[in-house]
Design a protein. Sequence first.
Length: 100
Amino acid sequence: DSAFHTTYWVENWPRTQTSAGFLHQLLFTGGVRRTLSLIYTPKALDAALRDVRRQKSGVLADAAERARRGQVGSEADTIEYQDITARERQLIAGHADVAL
């Protein structure tokens, strides 16, 4: 048997919006057959909402601490909070949350 087998684990998926082809260079090398498996584990709604609340309170606590110290918040903090609230709206609308 001349087959060669390797397993890659993507530990950290992109946390910002990216194109679907971000793995293109890894998956589409000429002359080699590859198989990609994505395993999604559904999260319970209450656990997903708890996670959102935890993240939300963390961002708000950090903002309050910065304000107390007289520091200004960054645009990254604003975007992070917007992402969390968008995720919360999606969960409330009935979209499932998954763990990769």
